[in-house]
Design a protein around this ligand. Structure first.
Ligand code: NAD
Length: 500
């Protein structure tokens, strides 16, 4: 089905596209033009019920598949995602606004999680102790938790859902995805490709919607686990409500990521890295750098270079060649970001590069790269997650002060240090209280075979996404203790059955 020509998107339930029962629909906008391009159903509790019922019905047979057979479906899915990655990137760019290269990059990162779970027979292995007592052995198993739900943000419509469902499915669970209502189409295309890869009907379902659909998932007795990625206030709400309803929950929240630059850093390399991490995807990444802590005398030289490079960032529609930064997601997001910039000026920060009027023709939601210097920790531009292309330089006297500043932030998703000193880098990695740390790496995003997640207000719950934490989240441990005394029944001539 050509989803991009549909005026009203369907849901995906029981292995096929179905019209939603809800009467409520929302607009999906192309942020580069400001045009409404299609409408998304805002699912009702009855829609959610139908999706959960399909997932529950599919569970017994899917969880009985040998893990290797589930892995083979994932291998096939990987090939399809690779073959379609340009088409998928176009859908992302049309609804999200990021550049095509960035969109393709997120598809690739999502595929890496699928590659990780193709090893699921190995990842599910338990432990075994022989002879814990006479004729007694003990061993452990990991079993699926049941119907799982994923609730995801707008900023990575491909990659963030893929932090979740490949792991959940490979572990033998069934899944209901509630993607962001702002860029909902990609989830349906992934559902089609999963079906083409041989995933049985009902194992993966998509409900579109807003708070009503989310609340129905949080309250549904058949949903056993909820993975959430989004802003901190909603993450906290999801965690508190989901756990109060007896579900296991991992809820990843917002971020305010700092890059520390020491005076001995390679400034050209650092500038390029910070500009990419601050303005890439218009700053709408949970691992975007938004605060730059310039230590000691490096400040003036760094700000000069950052400003020169920020002014050269090419802003425009994400599908235009040579564009480095697309629009932000909505008109409201643009107005909010511009409001923060106004506020920063009135609070006394020095506005070095002003992106409030980037001069792009048309009605797209563009904000240009923006750079503030002499920002203080009291200012709203420093404290709040702006989630836009705004870099704030804070001056700091020492590495110790920089670390103290970062450790005082409520957010603790990612951070990075730029230095040539191994000693300073080591001290930073030991003392900084943040979940993901980069050394001369601006966006320290763990690979699929590690787990991803921040600390403090950036993660509610105990287990990160993907990697071994993902496998633990989507499985329950069971420990067996077995005794098989010799009752003489192993008769002579006993043959092992053929395997397979
Ligand atoms: P959001 O919190 O507004 O929405 C996330 C999801 O929650 C969406 O599916 C949305 O429909 C749903 N939702 C929104 N309001 C709700 C409500 N009142 N009740 C129940 N559900 C609700 O986030 P967003 O604007 O889509 O995404 C941006 C945010 O996500 C940023 O804060 C960013 O830092 C964060 N993020 C974090 C990570 C991470 O790894 N920690 C990754 C990506 C994005």
């Amino acid at each position: 089905m050509d989803l991009t020509t549909l005026e009203r998107l369907p849901l995906w339930i029981g292995g096929k596209a179905v019209a939603a029962l809800t009467k409520r629909y929302g607009d999906v906008t192309n942020p580069a033009t400001g045009e409404v391009i299609r409408h998304v159903p805002l699912a009702s509790a009855a829609d959610v019920d139908a999706a959960v019922a399909a997932a529950a019905a599919a569970l017994p047979s899917w969880r009985a598949y040998p893990p290797l057979r589930r892995a083979r479906v994932m291998m096939h899915f990987r090939e399809l995602m690779l073959a379609h990655r340009k088409e998928l990137a176009k859908i992302i760019t049309q609804e999200h606004g990021k550049t095509l290269a960035d969109a393709e990059g997120e598809v690739t990162r999502g595929i890496e999680v699928v590659e990780f779970v193709t090893a699921i027979p190995h990842l599910l292995k338990g432990e075994f102790s022989e002879n814990v007592g006479t004729d007694v052995d003990s061993y452990s198993l990991r079993q699926p938790v049941g119907v799982c739900a994923g609730i995801t943000p707008f900023n990575f419509p491909c990659m963030v859902p893929m932090w979740m469902y490949p792991v959940a499915l490979a572990c033998g669970n069934t899944f209901v995805l509630k993607p962001s209502e702002r860029d909902p189409t990609l989830a349906l295309r992934m559902a089609e490709l999963l079906a083409e890869a041989g995933l049985p009907a009902g194992v993966f379902n998509v409900v579109h919607g807003d708070k009503e659909a989310v609340d129905a998932l949080l309250a549904h007795p058949q949903v056993k686990a909820i993975s959430f990625v989004g802003s901190t206030p909603i993450a906290k709400y999801i965690y508190e409500t989901g756990t109060a309803n007896g579900k296991r929950v991992q809820a990843l929240g917002g971020a305010k990521n700092h890059a520390v630059v020491l005076p001995d850093a390679d400034l050209d390399f650092t500038t390029e890295a910070i500009v990419g991490a601050g303005y890439g995807s218009a700053g709408e990444r949970c691992m975007a750098i938004s605060a730059v802590v310039a230590v000691g005398e490096v400040g003036d030289a760094l700000v000069e270079r950052l400003a020169a490079r920020a002014r050269r960032v090419e802003v425009g529609p994400g599908d235009a060649p040579s564009v480095e930064m697309g629009p932000v997601i909505t008109r409201a997001a643009r107005d909010r970001i511009v409001g923060y910039v106004d506020g920063g000026v009135s609070e006394g920060a020095r506005l070095v590069v002003d992106g409030r009027q980037p001069g792009i023709p048309g009605d797209g939601f563009f904000v240009g790269p923006t750079l503030f210097d002499h920002v203080t920790p009291q200012m709203a531009i420093y404290r709040d997650e702006i989630f836009g292309p705004v870099l704030c330089v804070v001056r700091s006297a020492s590495l110790a002060d920089a670390i103290a500043l970062i450790n005082a932030s409520p957010y603790a998703n990612g951070t990075a240090i730029f230095t040539r000193s191994g000693h300073a880098a080591r001290r930073f990695q030991q003392d900084v209280e943040v979940g993901m740390v980069g050394v001369n790496v601006p966006i320290p995003v763990p690979m699929a075979f590690f787990s991803f997640g921040g600390w403090r207000a950036s993660l509610f719950g105990d287990l990160n996404v993907h990697g071994m934490d993902g496998v633990r989240f989507y499985t329950r441990g069971k420990t067996l203790t077995t005794r098989w005394p010799d009752d003489g029944s192993a008769a002579p001539g006993f043959h092992m059955p053929m395997l397979g």
